[in-house]
Design a protein around this ligand. Sequence first.
Ligand SMILES: Cc1cc2nc3c(=O)[nH]c(=O)nc-3n(C[C@H](O)[C@H](O)[C@H](O)COP(=O)(O)OP(=O)(O)OC[C@H]3O[C@@H](n4cnc5c(N)ncnc54)[C@H](O)[C@@H]3O)c2cc1C
Length: 477
Amino acid sequence: MLQLNLGLRAANLSAKDVLCYGPRFWEMHLDPIQPLDIATFTIIAAGINLTAGTLAQYLDERPDLEPLVKSLLRLDTVALVMARLVVDGQNRGPRWFIVPICDERKMHPGVISRRLPPRTGTSPLDFSLTSFDHVVLPRSALLGTSLDAPVNPREAWWREVGRIPHGSMAVAAPFVSGLKHSAYVAGKYSFHRTIVGKGTAPMPIINFPTQQWPIMYTLAAARVAEAWFRELTTIVAKPSIDHRTTICRQFQRCTEDVAERCGAQGTFESNSMARMVSDLKGVVIAEGDVLALCIRLFSELLQERYALPLPPSSDSLLAQHAQSLLNDNIQLVGSISGGHRSQEFQDLILPQAEGAIAAFGHAMALSAARSAHVPEDLLDIYMLGVVDLDPSWYLQHANFDKMLLLRRKASLMHRTLPRLNQYLDELEVADYVRAPIISDGSLKEHMAALPTYTTPHEEGKPLFVNSAEVDMHVAKL
Ligand SMILES: Cc1cc2nc3c(=O)[nH]c(=O)nc-3n(C[C@H](O)[C@H](O)[C@H](O)COP(=O)(O)OP(=O)(O)OC[C@H]3O[C@@H](n4cnc5c(N)ncnc54)[C@H](O)[C@@H]3O)c2cc1C
């Protein structure tokens, strides 16, 4: 926590950086230290983007709020509550109010907090349900100066909560760095962890293709996701896709895979992967459950209310897949008699929504990564890893049968293995990763420092009296 606070202070964000989503704002989110403590990141994301950012929008009309914004940028806390403004019994629409919640000892009068149970396996952060019962506030608590009802309530609402799509984008950032951590930890471990097979010479487990592929795919996904995320930060006037789906789902699959490929070590908190996976589950649900958001976005795309900057089919096999999912389903929707509210729409379109949105993201991400000059072999690995997610489409439309996929993967693994260690170093996370399994030396140090319990033998007393006792002891072991 202290470490991250220092990182936040070093980022030295101004209200303008936050308000305009400047480069320093995004660099802080992509800081490779963030995946180590998602609890603190959650506090930063809520405090900086949502609270300070929302307040900063009002600074022109409310310069008195400047000290509060500055203190929020240092992570002091205050709550912004969205509540209905009622004047003389008349509803004037939802507005933001600055509300004191508690001090170190007690809740503010009328504020009720119910502490929720811990979320299994996650970075420690308490969550609670907060409700309000006749909380008395000063006039200055209301953000904005007008008490009038908005002319267009829907537009007014979106103006008030306009930072949410950016917040949704921001919460995926630590998992871009998280992919790097996972590839690095599992990769380095697989180079030094040896087993003895048929011969007597120990063999590193990285020699197995079943280690190589998940590690290489995680590495490739990290490089591609980073290139895409960085591209998105330059065009964030209005995030147009829930890229959280693509990045978070890729992180979830990759990290679960590589953590398991680290055996028992992959389950330990000290090696961070299992905890990052648990933390990710919250990010998939908070800021709107990704499945529900994908259903909405996919439905709107299919009704052509909305369009995405998808690369053309000629860009890549993934772009061909994305374009086909979009166009084939637009046609399907056109042929459904009851339209988007019918049972047939529900049955045929909803189950495809998340996979399709993720696929649009894969195509866009690959295109961004190529423009960012991510090495060709990593782009190829990324592509084949994505093909695995929808094999029936690739078989039907691109003749990608199982044997072809296996052979293409094998040849890529052979080509990339000699450079794998260098690629892991180029992720530039070595200074941030805390997992002791990354080297034989740090693992031995870690084992030596584990809490140890034993009882010394009594001096002079033989360990075993007769051979029967020895046999019994061996049997127990
Ligand atoms: C870590 C974390 C932090 C959070 N922080 C905050 C916070 O600061 N403030 C706050 O107000 N809330 C917060 N939330 C709550 C969060 O916004 C909700 O959990 C989220 O929107 C999902 O709602 P729900 O939990 O009620 O799930 P539900 O909506 O009950 O979803 C349950 C199931 O129903 C499905 N479902 C729901 N709607 C549809 C639909 N239209 N079509 C198809 N399937 C559907 C879902 O996909 C899911 O499978 C947080 C949640 C988490 C996990």
